[in-house]
Design a protein around this ligand. Structure first.
Ligand SMILES: Cc1ncc(COP(=O)(O)O)c(C=O)c1O
Length: 364
């Protein structure tokens, strides 16, 4: 047996710790406050819980293999044909389909640095070359540099919008200028994992560009605003030829029965979605005001998290908060040792974090 040489040094994706892991690894028995994984703080939609109760009685059956009902609901939502939708076990899986269906050994992809780590992790797994283009000084994607670095080998450009971990977005005219310049043979993936939380009307959604015929694929997930991270359900919207090719490389039952039923239920639960979005918008404003009042720089974000510059004390603050059961995301691994990423929680959780931070600041 021989493991592929390019996999020998591969480091797996570093996920945010779960509550159970935190309790076990750090021996914390009190309350745990998770601001580290951009999850939905509301808990699941009550409609999902109801649907799952019923669905439990069917889990000895395979799900319906075409997932047509789910695709139809999504197609209606975006006013596209169901054949333009490809479903994944989390939007992560749709990213993987692109590697399976489009990318060959000599090809390369372009990503921003920093951005969502799975693009480059999957490139490592599939042994595809990655060109990393640093974000601009304002932490937005550097479109002009990306355009310069496209070569005949470039097949896919992955752009998370809002960007993870900074929360940054770009305006409609920037996207228009960029997409007009990109060769049609190159696919631009607009990853809108946090798209529901965009508030600025000048920030476009990728669907606009798909409908205008650009070579784009839009990624969406039910892990964030829809509160289904644990069930794993995401999708891509693109032109039919590509969606069909991606659909061919998926496993027959890649979306499990419970995820299908939960997805159908939550996509009809407008009240839950609105509440999720409202909590994030209010939480973003609250954190920005409070953290700026404490003298810290908060970067503008259209996502369900904020990046904040805590200066040289960042690591100490991170550790002290952790000792109190409050978990933020350190951005050391992204090359930003002074920055932390804070997922928006419930209003009372957000207040608790600020109160605890004030106490910790007296200690460090
Ligand atoms: C930018 C971005 N894209 C995609 C994902 C993957 O989401 P999922 O696989 O849960 O749909 C995440 C998760 O955090 C993300 O931040």
């Amino acid at each position: 047996m021989q493991i592929k040489a390019h996999l020998l040094d591969l480091k797996p994706y570093p996920p945010g710790k779960t509550v159970e892991e935190i309790r076990r690894d750090l021996k914390i028995s009190g309350n745990i406050y998770k601001f580290n994984a951009n999850e939905n703080p509301l808990g699941p939609s009550p409609k999902v819980l109801e649907a799952l109760q019923e669905a439990l009685l069917e889990i000895h059956r395979y799900p319906e293999a075409s997932y047509l009902e789910l695709k139809k609901i999504l197609a209606e939502k975006w006013k596209v044909n169901p054949l333009q939708i490809v479903l994944g076990n989390g939007s992560n899986e749709v990213i993987e389909f692109l590697f399976k269906a489009l990318l060959e050994k000599e090809d390369e992809i372009i990503v921003s640095e920093p951005s969502f780590l799975m693009y480059e992790k999957l490139a490592e797994i599939y042994d595809i070359k990655v060109k990393k283009i640093p974000l601009k000084r304002d932490f937005t994607h550097n479109f002009s540099e990306i355009l310069k670095r496209i070569s005949f080998k470039t097949k896919v450009i992955f752009l998370d919008h809002p960007n993870n971990p900074t929360g940054s977005t770009l305006k409609r005219r920037d996207w228009e200028e960029f997409l007009r310049e990109v060769n049609f043979k190159v696919l631009v993936v607009i990853d809108e994992a946090y798209g529901e939380f965009i508030e600025d009307p000048e920030v476009p959604l990728g669907i606009e560009f798909l409908k205008r015929g650009y070579s784009v694929l839009i990624l969406r997930t039910l892990s964030k605003a829809y509160g289904l991270a644990g069930l794993r359900l995401g999708y891509g919207i693109t032109f039919e030829e590509l969606a069909q090719a991606l659909d061919k490389v998926r496993q027959p039952f890649n979306i499990n029965l419970l995820a299908v039923k939960a997805g159908l239920a939550v996509l009809k639960d407008e009240e839950y979605l609105e509440k999720s979005i409202q909590i994030v918008k209010e939480g973003r404003r609250f954190f920005k005001e409070e953290l700026e009042a404490l003298g810290f720089k908060v970067f503008s974000s259209q996502a369900n998290f904020l990046m904040v510059d805590l200066g040289e004390r960042a690591e100490k603050i991170y550790q002290r908060l952790m000792e109190r059961g409050i978990f933020l995301r350190s951005l050391k691994a992204y090359g930003f040792p002074n920055f932390l990423r804070i997922s928006i929680g419930l209003p009372e959780e957000n207040k608790f974090l600020i109160q605890s931070l004030k106490e910790v600041l007296k200690e460090v």
